[in-house]
Design a protein around this ligand. Structure first.
Ligand SMILES: Cc1ncc(COP(=O)(O)O)c(C=O)c1O
Length: 361
C-alpha cells in the first residue's frame, strides 16, 4: 500500500486506517461466509445483523432516546433539504431558517418549494464568517419548525451553543455529527451525510422524533415519505449496504477511542493547536470570527492568492493534502474531523511556520 498522507479533505474525508483495512477484507469475504459484503442480500441474516449493529452503536454513542427513529437513506444530505419541508410543510405552512452558509442557502431554496420560509438571520453580507447568538433572531411563532446548520463546512463556523426554541428544532449536522456531545432530545430531526465523521458517502443518517412521522401531506411519493423508511427499518428498498456497514465499523472505532466525549476533547485540542498558531501571526488570517470558530473545518488565508497556491502545492509535496479552500471563498482550509490524527495538525503548523519565514514580502 502506498504511504498514507495527511488528508485534510472536507469530505469524503480521512477514515481510520483500521476501518479501511477491515473493510478491504470484508468486501472480498465477509466473516468467512465466502461472500463479499457488497455481494450479499440485504435481507440475509448477516447483513441484517450489520445494519442492526450500526443502529445500536449510533444510539448508544449519541444517546438517542427510544422515541426517535434512525433512518439510513440515500440521495445525500442534500435530499433532506427537500424531504424535510415536503414532509412537514404544505398548505401555506411556515418554517424559520438561519442562513449561515452555502448549505443553509440551498436548504432554504428547496424549502420555499413547499411553504412560507422566514429567514430570521443571515451572515451572507459578511461572507458567512459567523453564526448568530440567540438574541440576534426570533423564530416566527407559527413556524412548524426551526432549521439551522450546526457546522458550516465551507466557512468554518459552528454553533458553540445550540439555539433554544419552543419550535421543533431541526439541524443539518453533516460536518460535526459525533464530534461533540449533544442532547438529542432537544431536536425534532438531526441529519447528516456520512462522508465526514461517519464513513464513506452513500448513506445519510436521519434521526427523527417519531411524532413527526405522521405529518406528511397526502400525495407525497412513497420513497420520499419518512414513515415509509421508519416502518420498514430502512429496508423498504435495497439500502446502501456498504456505507451502512462502514459507518458501523467507524462507530466501533469511535467507541474504542472512548466515545463522543473523549473524541470531543481531542477535537478541541487539535483545532486549538491550529487556531493558536493562526492567532500568533498576521501572516495567516482565519476566515471565521473567533466566537463562531469550527472545531472541524478551519479556513484561512495567506497575504495573497499567489502565496496560497504556492502554499498548497508545497504542502502536498510534504504529504499534507486537500488544503485548498472551497471555490466560493478560495484560500486554504484544513478539515480535521474525528479520524484526522493530531500529528497531522502538528505537521501542518510546523509547515506553516517554515513557509512564513521562507516567503516574506
Ligand atoms: C453541512 C453540509 N450539509 C450538506 C452537505 C451536502 O451533502 P451531500 O453531498 O451528501 O448532499 C454538505 C456537504 O459537504 C455539508 O457540508
Amino acid at each position: 500500500m502506498a504511504d498514507r498522507v495527511y488528508n485534510f479533505s472536507p469530505g469524503p474525508a480521512t477514515l481510520p486506517v483500521e476501518v479501511l483495512e477491515q473493510a478491504a477484507k470484508d468486501v472480498v469475504n465477509f466473516k468467512e461466509t465466502g461472500i463479499g459484503l457488497i455481494e450479499m442480500s440485504h435481507r440475509s441474516k448477516e447483513f441484517m445483523a450489520v445494519a442492526e449493529n450500526t443502529e445500536k452503536l449510533l444510539r448508544e454513542l449519541m444517546g438517542i432516546p427510544a422515541n426517535y427513529k434512525v433512518l439510513f437513506l440515500q440521495g445525500g444530505a442534500s435530499s433532506q433539504f427537500f424531504m424535510i419541508p415536503m414532509n412537514l410543510l404544505g398548505d401555506g405552512k411556515k418554517a424559520t431558517y438561519l442562513n449561515t452558509g452555502t448549505w443553509s442557502k440551498k436548504a432554504i431554496k428547496e424549502a420555499r418549494l413547499f411553504g412560507d420560509i422566514d429567514v430570521a438571520f443571515s451572515s451572507e453580507d459578511q461572507t458567512f464568517n459567523r453564526v448568530p447568538t440567540q438574541d440576534e433572531y426570533t423564530v416566527a411563532p407559527d413556524s412548524e419548525y426551526f432549521y439551522f446548520v450546526s457546522n458550516n463546512t465551507i466557512y468554518g463556523t459552528q454553533f458553540p451553543k445550540f439555539p433554544e426554541t419552543d419550535s421543533i428544532l431541526i439541524s443539518d449536522m453533516s460536518s460535526d455529527i459525533l464530534s461533540r456531545k449533544i442532547d438529542v432530545s432537544k431536536f425534532g430531526i438531526i441529519f447528516a451525510g456520512a462522508q465526514k465523521n461517519m464513513g464513506p458517502s452513500g448513506v445519510t443518517i436521519v434521526i427523527i422524533r417519531d411524532d413527526l412521522l405522521d405529518r406528511t401531506p397526502a400525495g407525497t411519493p412513497t420513497m420520499l415519505t419518512y414513515k415509509t423508511h421508519a416502518d420498514k427499518g430502512s429496508m423498504f428498498n435495497t439500502p446502501p449496504c456498504f456505507p451502512i456497514y462502514a459507518v458501523g465499523e467507524v462507530l466501533k472505532w469511535l467507541k474504542k477511542q472512548g466515545g463522543v466525549e473523549a473524541i470531543e476533547t481531542r477535537n478541541v485540542e487539535k483545532a486549538t493547536l491550529l487556531y493558536d498558531f493562526i492567532d500568533s501571526t498576521d501572516y495567516y488570517r482565519g476566515h471565521a470570527e473567533k466566537s463562531s470558530r469550527s472545531f472541524m473545518n478551519i479556513p484561512f488565508n495567506l497575504p495573497n492568492s499567489d502565496l496560497e497556491a504556492k502554499f498548497i502545492a508545497e504542502a502536498a509535496e510534504l504529504g499534507l493534502n486537500g488544503l485548498k479552500g472551497h471555490r466560493s471563498i478560495g484560500g486554504c482550509r484544513a478539515s480535521i474531523y474525528n479520524a484526522f490524527p493530531r500529528e497531522g495538525v502538528v505537521k501542518l503548523v510546523e509547515f506553516m511556520k517554515n513557509f512564513e519565514s521562507a516567503n516574506q514580502g
